[in-house]
Each structure stands twice: as C-alpha cells, then as structure tokens.
Design a protein around this ligand. Structure first.
Ligand SMILES: NC(=O)C1=CN([C@@H]2O[C@H](COP(=O)(O)OP(=O)(O)OC[C@H]3O[C@@H](n4cnc5c(N)ncnc54)[C@H](OP(=O)(O)O)[C@@H]3O)[C@@H](O)[C@H]2O)C=CC1
Ligand SMILES: CC(=O)[C@@H](O)[C@H](O)COP(=O)(O)O
Ligand SMILES: [Mn+2]
Length: 387
C-alpha cells in the first residue's frame, strides 16, 4: 500500500489524483490533503478518504472544517496557511507527495517533504522553474525521487526507462498551441479572458490554461525538463502537435526516436507517477489511432509566442532568471485574469521585470525566496504604472 499526501486536492490535478486513488484502492491510501478555499469539496474529500492531516489557506476555513467534522468518527488534524501546507506535506505517514498546487507556493512544502526523504510526484512545474538547481540537489542528497506528473515529462520519463542518460541526444516536447493557435498575431491584441481560457484539448486550472495560450507553459516545461532530466537547453526542442496525442518524444544517440501516446487525459500520467516503477492496469478510455486519423506537426513561431523564446533565454541565462520569469508570469497572469492588463501584455510584464534585475546566482533558498518576492513586487508595480 502506497501512502500519498496531496497538496492542491480540490483542483484539476488534485481531483483527478483522487479519481486514480478510487480506481486503485488496493494500492493507494490518502494520508493528507491540502486545499485553498474550496472547503465544501475538501470536506467531502475528508469524509471519503479519511486523511490524518488536512490544511487550508485560511484560519476561518480551518475552524469551519473542525466545526463540520466535530461529531464524526474520523477527525483529522486541521491546519492552515503556509505552516499548514508544510504539515500536510510532512506530518502524516507519507511515501509520496503529489504536488498539485499552483504556483511557486508549491516550493516550500516540496522542499520540506524532500528533507524528510519523501518522494515527490511533481505536477507543480513552478517548483523546478523557481528553484530547479536547489531542489534537484536536495533530492539527490536525501535520496528522493522526483517523478514527473506533467504529461510531457511523464512521456519522456516513460520513454527513457531502461536507457542511460548519455544515450539521449534530444528531448522533443509537444505543444497543442493553446487557445489561440488558429489566431493571427494582430487578432491577439483583442484576446479576452474567456477566449484564452478555451483550451482546445485539456481541461485544466485557469493559470496553466492561460500559460498554454501564451505558450509560456511550454517555456516552463522546457526549464522543468532541463532540471528533471539534466539535458542542456540546446537539446530540448518544442514541436507543435495540435492533437495532443503524442505527449513527447526522445531522440537517442543512434537517431532513433521513442514517443509516448495516449488520449489527452491526465489520469494516465498521474497513475504512472503513483505506480512507478510498476505499471498498474487502468480502465481509462483508450486511444484508437484509426479514429484520430492523422497526427500533424510544425515548429512554433516565436513572433506569435514571444513568451516561449523568453523562457528559453531565462533558462539559458540560468541563476535567478527563471525564478524572476516565473514570479513575473504568475503576477501577470493574475492581472490578466482580473482584466487589469491585455493578453499580449503578459509577456511585456515578464520582459520588463527581468530587465530590472542584474544576473545573480541561485545560491540558497533564502536568496530564491527573496528574489521571487522582489520580482512579484516589481511586476505588480509595472502593471500599476502601465494603467
Ligand atoms: N491541470 C492539468 O492538467 C495540469 C496541471 N499541471 C500543473 O499542476 C499544478 C496544478 O494545476 P491545476 O490542477 O490545473 O490547478 P487548479 O487551479 O485547478 O488547482 C490548484 C489547487 O491548488 C490549491 N491552492 C491554491 N492556493 C492554495 C493555497 N494557498 N494553499 C493550499 N492550496 C492552494 C487550490 O485550492 P482551492 O481550489 O481549494 O482554492 C487547488 O486545489 C500547476 O502547477 C500546473 O502547472 C501540470 C500538468 C497538467
Ligand atoms: C496536460 C499538460 O501536461 C499540460 O501542461 C498541457 O501540456 C497543456 O497543453 P499545451 O501543450 O497547450 O501547453
Ligand atoms: Mn504539460
């Protein structure tokens, strides 16, 4: 029986992780759950999965949960805030922590779990963008495995099983092209929040859906792949593939390429991360290539997707550039969702924020957290000035 902690249990990845648990009751048990503000759903999850530890964002919600659960036979420890997240990541009996929370707020609980020797099923790509070098070094020090959940990285991880790192010559990350793949550049000036949230293939949380529309999601994934697999940026390519059936490919030193295919359904990569190094059977809908008909590919246009190019540049610059890139993107996406800036201004905010910092090494966690906060402050200031 594998005991999992799940931070971000009420979101897209969180609820799909619990679907996998329901289908794999003989293999999986939930030890902790953490969510933000959706306490009604969290309450239902607590009643169904009976975790030892629970956390929410705010104290009033923790009190409300305790009140609702006071007469029940199963009452977990209930915590709140950043401290609560850390407890949900470490205080229960956990073999594997699923990081299904959004944004760099996933960093501290992930680090806390690693320090306790808990393996990580990583959906929260922002953790590796903000602090990839530190997190991977810490995981190595504590003998912890970071198992990818992100569909592209799961595909690569599946393709490289049984091969040596020096046999890999290229990683090819596929990308849907997001909500605006059929739009021309001029029309992007008028893109609304509603337009940007209409992802063609995947149903996901709002933040990652906007990241897909800018293709900054793919930029974050390039940086995530660099740290997860230790491959130089020059050997990581992005390929537009509108059908999202091939989830990524690996080219090996002999020129051979392996790909992983499946329907666009996150339950598959989630289950693989929870079962690895085994592969469990699953009753999820299966891919039928004859009904798909054709798979198509092309290269992304950096003029249309400048955020993707900027992510490569931030990754290659190294040090704290990806930390700043990620923080500014989080602030800009929130501002766009609140209709404070235009869609095309997201990348302008990131570029202008990066310009405010001189190159610096990501020496330790304190420096990363400090620069993350500084970048958020600068990005918010730029947005305010621009209005
Ligand atoms: N969705 C997908 O298919 C994929 C997602 N990912 C990555 O997975 C992560 C999660 O994405 P997704 O599931 O789409 O996001 P969602 O927005 O759907 O879910 C986010 C989760 O985080 C919780 N949360 C937010 N703030 C806090 C907080 N302060 N304390 C505790 N919990 C909090 C939310 O709680 P609440 O709703 O209760 O406020 C919710 O449970 C992201 O990093 C994303 O990039 C990667 C690949 C695919
Ligand atoms: C499901 C998943 O892994 C997402 O990260 C997905 O890849 C988003 O689609 P894009 O290819 O549009 O970024
Ligand atoms: Mn992905």
């Amino acid at each position: 029986m594998r005991k999992i902690g799940l931070i971000g249990s009420t979101g897209s990845i969180g609820t799909q992780t619990l679907e996998v648990v329901r289908a794999q009751r003989e293999n999986l048990q939930v030890s902790s759950l953490a969510a933000g503000r959706n306490v009604d759903l969290l309450l239902a999850q607590i009643r169904e999965f009976k975790p030892e530890v629970v956390a929410v964002a705010e104290a009033k919600d923790a009190e409300w949960l305790a009140q609702q659960l006071r007469v029940e036979s199963w009452v977990p420890e209930i915590y709140w805030g950043t401290e609560g997240l850390l407890k949900a990541a470490t205080e229960a009996e956990i073999d594997l922590l699923v990081t299904a929370i959004t944004g760099a707020r996933g960093l501290l609980p992930t680090i806390a779990a690693i320090k306790q020797g808990i393996d990580i099923a990583l959906a929260n790509k922002e953790t590796l963008v903000a602090a990839g070098e530190l997190v991977m070094a810490l995981a190595e020090k504590h003998g912890v495995k970071i198992i990818p959940v992100d569909s592209e990285h799961s595909a690569i991880f599946q393709c490289i099983q049984g091969s040596k790192k020096n046999e890999v010559s290229k990683l090819i990350l596929t990308a849907s092209g997001g909500a605006f793949r059929e739009w021309d550049i001029q029309r992007l000036q008028e893109a609304t929040v509603r337009d940007a949230l209409a992802h063609p293939n995947w149903s996901m949380g709002a933040k990652i859906t906007i990241d897909s529309a800018t293709m900054i999601n793919k930029g974050l994934e390039v940086i995530e792949a660099h740290w997860l697999f230790g491959i130089p940026y020059e050997q990581i390519q992005v390929l537009l593939h509108p059908q999202s059936i091939i989830h990524s490919l690996v080219e090996f030193c002999d020129g051979s390429q392996l790909a992983q295919l499946g329907l666009p359904d996150m339950r598959l990569p989630i289950q693989y991360a929870l079962s690895w190094p085994q592969r469990w059977s699953g009753a999820w809908p299966r891919l039928d290539l004859a009904s798909i008909g054709s798979l198509t590919f092309s290269l992304p246009d950096y003029a249309k997707y400048p955020g993707l190019k900027l992510a490569y540049l931030a990754g290659q610059a190294g040090g704290l550039a990806p930390t700043i890139f990620n923080a500014a993107n989080e602030v800009a996406v929130t501002a766009f969702l609140n209709e404070e800036i235009k869609f095309v201004e997201i990348v302008d905010v990131i570029a202008a924020t990066l310009d405010q910092f001189s190159p610096q090494k990501a020496e330790d966690l304190e420096v990363v957290l400090h620069i993350d906060q500084q970048a958020r402050y600068k990005a918010a200031e730029l947005i305010k000035k621009g209005r």
